[in-house]
Design a protein. Structure first.
Lengths: 299, 446
């Protein structure tokens, strides 16, 4: 081996060792475990495709897929649109803009657990901020986190509140759109809306693609907030972690429950691989479609 | 063109890494927990120089005043002998404890509830105690038999019970008096009458005062109500499903009727308003007339200096069946030694100390719990338990029952909870729910 290669490998070894030990090896192990009956205490025994059969037959898995798709289909576009609208507003030239930018970004650096705890209070049907405000308008707000119809909209609301991460990337990309394009459009008499749809959106389309895929992956693996809200009930810890009428039983939550509550590592590993395949396929399809709607302009 | 390819490639790389995250997050570890510890060979003890104390780690789910009570017992134990040092740690997350035990980095001794025994026995989380008991000739006859049995699965004893928990009825004297009652309800019919008369509703339908024990939750209420009415879900030894009986049906119907009358939304709103056993708890703010809860409620009321004029009574029995009076569902908190414990002997020594009459009585009276041994119950310390003169006599009822263990207990509980929830939310009638449960629950006994 060349000396330079060795030096290079040595320099990257902290990452390489970490990646192999904590990512690559566990990935390989989970593939093996997905074909076994394994509970962490007793040694695994080979069961062939049983775990994968279970994944496709178990009613709770299908329930969790439906819940997860709800989030993927609604929460992803909503958080993208909110992020983009915020970025548009924060891209305007107004006094104290840096203060607004900071304020809107702050929620996204609050850890998910803290966010959930704050929102549990905000969404409290009796004393929470939202229902109190609605009460002034004479509207009786819903039982957000206790009504199976409203649990997922509550989570989407929480997600939109924390769209600062999405916003900041959009903001950077908006500032990258060449001024000259707007100027020539103005000469041709284009209005604000026209400029937004014909110049802004195409110009930032690579960033939209990036955010879209990141959003999809985030919501396919949606876990922390739902887990918190479903397991922290007023009457103590809830072992089913499913929320009212299983409305918060997301795929990753069920996976966690199978793995660390019921210790069925085989089921959990098989679920992880199925999720990996679903996410990969969806990502691939979006990449394929991106040729039609993403434009890469010159730098 | 190159820039486009480059961007695509780097995006792809990020995506692959993120997706990989989900896979690596859920793979188990199998690092060396196959060797099961045996009573006579605990690793950390051998090889210790004479005179040095060996460490015993005890994790517990309690926090606050209850955790402090256990810490007092730990200090007493450490001062009482010079072989072991027990280190206590409050870990209120049971999953964390289980995963730590699986990884071999968990506690030597920890607590849980008796209904986990079948699961922990089958999964190999808990160590059977039989060899230790036989080795030391430990006398288990001091334990209340039903509570002791709750630690047994497949003829092995996996845990020892700390307490005998069952719900009793707390009632708010003022709210009952305002509605014209000088006595707490004794029968199911009286209970429902009191509930209807004491419930106060605001103009928009929201509940100001809840008369029914729907708080903290119907799930919590259902087991107490059904067992109070004399139900038993299973025959002895869990051979047969006896869930479908008039007592269970009466409990289902009563919750269904109350929710129909006052509205699920209104009840959920009230349940969300206050936190259980917290100063915001509706019973503690004087907004709940009847409450089913354990005797610890008395201890909480006293510890927090809550000003509420309450009384204590047995759970109401099913109208027309006075022979079932004093019924209820008994469960226990337990301690078990972890299968991967590195100091089994030390854990066992502390366990024996904890269950001896004085420490157990001290611990339980501080927590407001009824101890699971006869000798601890007779200790003078139990007199200090809040409301002990009203609570202790209730323990003598022959109608207190526990649910016998069977292999699929956790699946049984899960399904029962799911189906009942649909009925509590009025998505299904009690009859529909019963017919589903009768068929499906029986499957878990096979």
């Amino acid at each position: 081996m060349k000396r330079a290669t060795l030096t290079g490998l040595l320099f990257s070894s902290p990452f390489l060792i970490g990646f192999i030990a904590f990512t690559l090896y566990p990935i390989g192990a989970s593939l093996v475990y997905s074909f076994t009956d394994f509970n962490m205490f007793k040694s695994p025994s080979w069961v062939g495709l049983d775990n994968y059969r279970w994944v496709f037959q178990e009613k709770d898995v299908w329930k969790s897929i439906a819940n997860t798709l709800y989030m993927v289909l609604f929460a992803t576009p909503i958080s993208l649109i909110v992020g983009l609208l915020l970025a548009q507003m924060l891209n305007m030239k107004v006094r104290g803009q840096s203060i607004y930018r900071t304020l809107y970004y702050i929620p996204s650096i609050v850890p998910a657990i803290a966010t959930s705890l704050v929102w549990m209070w905000v969404l409290n049907p009796k004393s929470g901020l939202i229902n109190t405000a609605l009460g002034y308008l004479g509207i009786r707000g819903p039982n957000w986190l206790l009504d199976p119809v409203w649990t997922k909209p509550s989570l989407i609301l929480m997600g939109a509140w924390g769209a600062g991460g999405i916003m900041i990337i959009f903001l950077a990309s908006l500032q990258d759109v060449p001024r000259s394009l707007y100027e020539s459009a103005e000469i041709d008499g284009a209005g604000k809306v026209r400029k937004f749809f014909s110049i802004t959106l195409p110009s930032i389309s690579p960033i939209i693609l990036f955010q879209l895929i990141m959003g999809l992956i985030t919501y396919f693996q949606y876990f922390a907030q739902a887990f918190m809200l479903a397991s922290m009930t007023n009457s103590g810890a809830n072992q089913t972690m499913a929320g009212p009428e299983k409305s918060l039983l997301f795929y990753a939550v069920l996976l966690y429950r199978e793995a660390f509550v019921d210790f069925r590592m085989g089921h959990a590993s098989a679920m992880a691989w199925v999720l990996f395949l679903i996410t990969s396929i969806v990502t691939y399809l979006i990449f394929r479609s991106s040729n039609r709607w993403v434009t890469y302009g010159g730098d | 063109m190159n820039a486009k390819q480059g961007r695509k490639a780097s995006l792809l790389l990020v995506v692959v890494m993120m997706v990989a995250g989900v896979l690596s997050a859920c793979s188990g570890s199998d690092n060396g927990n196959k060797g099961s510890a045996s009573p006579s060979s605990s690793a950390s003890e051998s090889g210790k120089p004479a005179g040095e104390k060996s460490k015993v780690s005890v994790w517990y789910l309690w926090g606050g005043a209850e955790g402090e009570a256990l810490e007092q017992i730990i200090q007493d134990f450490n001062a009482s002998q010079d072989k072991y040092t027990v280190e206590g740690l409050s870990v209120p997350d049971e999953q964390k404890i289980k995963v730590a035990i699986a990884g071999g980095n968990g506690p030597d001794l920890t607590d849980s509830f008796d209904w986990v025994v079948p699961q922990y026995a089958q999964q190999g989380i808990a160590l059977p105690l039989d060899d230790l008991i036989a080795r030391d000739g430990y006398d288990v006859s001091d334990f209340i038999p039903a509570a002791l049995e709750s630690g047994r699965f497949d003829d092995k004893l996996y845990s020892l019970p700390l307490n005998a928990n069952f719900s009793i009825m707390y009632y708010n004297k003022k709210l009952l008096a305002d509605a014209g009652y000088s006595e707490p309800p004794k029968t199911s019919k009286e209970l429902y009458d009191v509930a209807l008369k004491t419930t106060k509703v605001n103009g928009d339908g929201s509940i100001e005062v809840i008369g029914f024990p729907s708080y903290p939750s119907e799930t919590y209420l259902f087991n107490a109500l059904a067992h109070g009415f004399g139900s038993a879900y299973l025959s002895e030894g869990a051979k047969e499903l006896t869930f479908n009986n008039e007592s269970t049906k009466a409990a289902m119907q009563m919750i269904y009727d109350y929710n129909t009358q006052f509205g699920v939304d209104n009840i959920r709103q009230l349940q969300a308003a206050g936190k259980w056993l917290d100063p915001t708890d509706p019973f503690l703010t004087g907004k709940q007339a009847i409450r089913f809860d354990g005797p610890w409620l008395s201890a909480h009321i006293k510890n927090m200096n809550i000003d509420v004029d309450y009384g204590i009574a047995p759970l109401p029995y099913l109208d027309g069946k006075p022979e079932t009076a004093g019924g209820g569902l008994v469960s226990s908190s337990i301690f078990y030694i972890a299968k991967t414990s590195k100091n089994v002997d030390g854990a066992w020594e502390f366990m024996k100390y904890l269950y001896s009459p004085e420490p157990l009585a001290k611990f339980m009276s501080l927590m407001g719990n009824i101890p699971a041994t006869k000798s601890a119950m007779a200790q003078p310390a139990m007199k200090d338990m809040v409301d002990s003169e009203q609570i202790m006599p209730l323990t003598e009822s022959p109608n207190l029952k526990s649910i016998p263990h069977f292999a699929k207990r956790s699946d049984f509980d899960k399904l029962l909870g799911e189906e009942l929830e649909l009925m509590f939310n009025l998505k299904k009638t009690p009859d529909e729910t019963m017919s589903v449960l009768e068929g499906k629950l029986a499957e878990f006994l096979k």
